[in-house]
Design a protein. Structure first.
Length: 457
């Protein structure tokens, strides 16, 4: 009995809702028909769609959506065709995709719109032409050294066609073309060593990139530098500095990986010097150095002198600073009688200490053509290495010191106290000299690689 009563109450409400939905759907159809009569087909489609959402089996709404939807779709495909004929492929692709999305939306109501198959073929052709255009534009951007634009275009291609032919080669071009351009610049300026170095880096990635193989072969055939590094003279009086610097120069020249630079073996060189009774004193001028180089089979000889090694140990610099210690002081509150406490701060002096050690080396060298005795390259190179150590000292334990009176966060306090525990050890003079020798040798190798080929014939 109760169930029947409940049903009898609910049923009228359900019927009322259905009638309301039907009524709303009918009103929407009338509105859509008015829009359709006014040839406002896009808005008509939207209203027909809303009517079908309210009442899916509304025949008038389905028929109206079929009519207006087909007109809208035809217009969209006409726009696609117009852009396609104008070879505006990017816009054509966009219009095609919009038309497809519209066709799928209408199909949700089980309504099929007419779609000519040839549009799909034109769309495929538009895609191919667009990808081809982007690819050609990317290649042009690389030629203009606009690598950012080329990368952007390749990303577009990859989004539409991840396996597009030539995509990997084009990405490789973006990677190595900057090296290739540097190689061309060095080559045009006559910097043979630098040109070979850059072309070799390009060839390691792709030996057939542009004309890399041809230029590199030409450079190797027409230019080479076979260097004898004669014993370095030391005028500084620093033990082992000449032999250490000589070894480091060899290491830095080898690190260039320039196939046009060949170093004559040191043991073979010493043997020739001994056999020919040539001492260091006879090898300092250009003519005798050139003679020694010819005997060793080289076309260039490097001679050099360490003119100065200066070691400076700066006296520790101390600067007085103020910190604070604190202690808790207890007192009784005069109003409440309760025991209270507060921090009392006292100034303490501590010292910021700076220590510095500096090593300076000056090296004079000449690179000589053994045939003519002319100087291919020369320079005086001065380099320094500095080691600076900073720390703080205090007679009071750092754990009892504070940077200021009042509150300070634990993290700020920890950072501030680190200065009292900083490493006080300094690099030795020998360690700093090693760094300077490496720096000087690197500069010698760079200049030989850059300038050593300019006058060599």
């Amino acid at each position: 009995m109760a169930l029947n009563t409940t049903i009898s109450r609910i049923l009228p409400l359900v019927l009322l809702l259905l009638l309301s939905a039907c009524s709303a759907s009918s009103q929407l159809v009338k509105r859509a028909q008015t829009l359709e009569a006014e040839k406002n087909y896009r808005d008509a489609v939207n209203v027909y769609n809303e009517a079908l959402i309210r009442k899916p089996n509304n025949r008038d709404a389905r028929a109206g959506l079929q009519r207006s939807g087909q007109i809208v779709l035809d217009d969209m495909l006409s726009e696609f065709w117009r852009h396609y004929n104008l070879e505006e492929y990017e816009q054509a692709i966009k219009k095609y995709e919009e038309a497809r999305a519209f066709e799928r939306q209408v199909s949700l109501h089980q309504i099929r719109l007419e779609w000519a198959p040839h549009y799909d073929q034109y769309f495929k052709t538009a895609q191919e032409n667009q990808l081809k255009g982007w690819f050609q534009e990317a290649a042009k951007a690389i030629d203009n050294q606009d690598y950012r634009k080329a990368e952007s275009l390749l990303r577009r291609i990859e989004r539409q066609s991840p396996n597009y032919q030539g995509l990997d080669q084009m990405r490789q071009a973006i990677e190595i073309d900057p090296l290739y351009q540097k190689a061309l610049t060095a080559y045009s300026m006559g910097s043979t060593g630098e040109a070979v170095s850059f072309f070799s880096q390009v060839a390691a990635i792709n030996p057939d990139y542009r004309d890399t193989r041809e230029i590199l072969a030409k450079l190797k055939a027409n230019s080479s530098l076979s260097i004898a590094i004669l014993p370095i003279e030391d005028q500084s009086g620093t033990p082992n500095v000449a032999s250490e610097l000589s070894t480091e120069i060899v290491n830095q020249l080898l690190a260039l990986r320039n196939p046009l630079i060949r170093l004559i073996d040191r043991e073979y060189m010493n043997k020739i010097l001994e056999e020919q009774k040539l001492g260091l004193s006879g090898l300092i001028d250009e003519s005798s150095a050139a003679r020694a180089g010819r005997l060793m089979g080289g076309n260039a000889v490097l001679i050099g002198t360490v003119t100065q090694v200066k070691i400076e140990n700066r006296a520790p610099q101390k600067e007085a600073r103020t910190a604070f210690t604190r202690e808790r002081v207890y007192y009784r509150d005069s109003w409440t009688g309760s025991q209270m406490s507060q921090f009392q701060y006292r100034e303490q002096t501590y010292y910021e200490v700076t220590q510095e050690r500096k090593v300076t080396l000056t090296f004079k060298y000449r690179l000589i053509d053994v045939e003519s005795g002319t100087i291919l390259d020369s320079d005086v190179i001065t380099r320094s290495a500095i080691n600076t150590v900073r720390f703080a000292e205090s007679r009071t334990s750092p754990d009892q010191l504070f940077p200021r009176s009042g509150n300070v966060s634990q993290s700020d306090l920890s950072r501030w106290r680190q200065r009292f525990f900083a490493d006080k050890s300094m690099k030795s003079s020998a360690q700093l000299l090693d760094l300077v020798e490496e720096d000087v040798s690197r500069e010698v190798a760079r200049k030989v690689n850059t300038n050593g080929f300019l006058q060599l014939r």
